[in-house]
Design a protein around this ligand. Structure first.
Ligand code: ADP
Length: 444
């Protein structure tokens, strides 16, 4: 796996002239998912818990009241519209708020309430009478740090004496400044600088240390080592918490190095299935032909919103121009755009301002746009060996079985690619029917 070198701003500099969007930017995806997600992701799995001390009783809470929080914090939670703890919060919050503090490693997919949980833990542990940094949260990029900071500000709206500060490059602190804010959120490089070189933060006074998005963190050169250097300087009674959306071995190894004596909480990810998706294919001669078929489909059925996947940036661009010239409202999500630009395109699509989103594989991987009813594979996903890329196919089209809406998927296939499609059909053991684009009656 390629490691990304990134500056501390977390900016994405796609200087490669490459036609393929070949690098999945985990930090960018994570940010986009945060920006487009407005509610909890549901799960039908049970939370798995591994206690540091298996003989101690295991508490879970069904309400926020049971946590005996400060009044103003509870008010903040309700003001955010939270009624009850999420699945992961039910188990994580009692551990995080226990006395004495317990360390925790928690893994669950994005959108399951991890950030809200550790923000709550930080806010509840701040002593407002003390004016120095007490909680430290490391995030992989500037933008992700800001997102977490916003949650602190919203949840802590009524905790008027609690303040946040961002340790991110570009936030210049004059020499000799006394940092009085209790919660510091920042990227590892700048935090390290503020602690050791500039002595703005006294790590021995930190009570809660949070390492967020550990999977993204270890994907970025230097961040693991910097995080470990920071962690080593914390007092032994400091509570240490680590969160990750995924749990590959590498994340796990890192987590175990940096979090002593942890409890572990896991919530398995909902599996994608093709069960509630009707899949079709249209045989085409060439690109022009595919486009014509697409227009026929588009004209032939009532389309909600559609995502169209192309294999290369060049194809995606070509298709966007064609569709626009024909008067369709489409937008193009591509790897050359900045994260902000991508976020705003996804937001507009989410709000229904555009009906069609055209994109490449990598650019849309891991981004959830739930209300989409139609997915078009303008090109079949293939790997470098020109074999079908099953995982990507499933990712584009699949939904989570229990909560997903029914969907429709169309594959535009050149005759010579048909064997690939048949392999996909066999692989998933699900039928993909041929469609005559002149005759749409079959679908509706
Ligand atoms: P994660 O950090 O796992 O990605 P977040 O904490 O960001 O998840 O939560 C995902 C979304 O769900 C956010 O919009 C957040 O405001 C909301 N959320 C979190 N906890 C709750 C809750 N207990 N009840 C309702 N919504 C919640």
């Amino acid at each position: 796996k390629k490691k990304k070198e990134k500056d501390d701003y977390g900016s994405i500099n796609n200087t490669e002239e490459d036609d393929e969007d070949d690098v999945v930017d985990l930090a960018a995806n994570s940010l986009l998912n945060k920006l487009i997600r407005q509610s909890l992701v549901e799960s039908s799995h049970r939370v798995e818990v591994l206690q540091k001390d298996p003989s101690s009783p295991l508490y879970s809470v069904k309400t926020f009241e049971e946590l005996r929080l400060k009044e103003e914090l509870l008010k903040g939670i309700y003001a955010m519209g939270f009624n009850r703890p999420s699945k992961i919060q039910e188990m994580a919050l009692p551990m995080m708020l226990a006395h004495p503090p317990q360390n925790l490693i928690a893994q669950s997919q994005s959108g399951t309430g991890k950030t809200a949980a550790f923000v709550l833990a930080m806010l509840s542990r701040v002593n407002t009478l003390e004016l120095f940094p007490q909680c430290l949260c490391l995030a992989p990029t500037y933008e992700l740090a800001l997102q977490t900071g916003r949650v602190v500000e919203r949840m802590g709206k009524f905790c008027v004496d609690v303040q946040v500060m961002y340790a991110i490059r570009g936030n210049r602190i004059p020499r000799g400044t006394d940092v009085t804010k209790q919660i510091i959120i920042g990227t590892p490089g700048t935090v390290l600088d503020w602690c050791f070189k500039r002595k703005l933060i006294d790590l021995t006074k930190i009570r809660v240390f949070v390492l967020d998005e550990a999977d993204v963190m270890i994907d970025t050169q230097g961040f693991s080592d910097q995080s470990i250097r920071i962690q080593r300087a914390l007092p032994s009674e400091c509570q240490m918490l680590l969160f990750s959306a995924t749990f590959e071995d590498s994340v796990w190894q890192f987590a175990e190095r940096i979090i002593p004596d942890p409890n572990v909480i896991k919530l398995r990810k909902e599996e994608l299935t093709l069960n509630n998706i009707r899949q079709y294919y249209v045989l085409c001669e060439n690109r022009k032909d595919k486009y014509q078929a697409l227009c026929n489909i588009y004209g032939g059925i009532t389309i909600g919103q559609a995502i169209i996947f192309c294999q290369t940036r060049r194809n995606a661009k070509w298709l966007t121009v064609e569709m626009m010239q024909d008067g369709h409202q489409v937008s193009l999500l591509s790897g050359e755009l900045t994260v902000d630009q991508r976020a705003s395109i996804i937001q507009r699509f989410r709000d229904g301002k555009e009906k069609v989103l055209i994109t490449t594989n990598v650019c849309a991987r891991g981004i959830d746009v739930k209300q989409v009813t139609i997915v078009v594979n303008f090109d079949l996903p293939v790997n470098q060996a020109e074999e079908p890329d099953y995982e990507t196919y499933l990712h584009r089209i699949g939904r989570t079985g229990r909560f997903g809406k029914k969907g429709l998927a169309f594959n535009m296939i050149e005759v010579e690619k048909l064997p690939l499609l048949m392999k996909i059909q066999d692989h998933f053991n699900s039928s993909i029917k041929q469609l005559d684009p002149e005759d749409m009656d079959e679908i509706e």
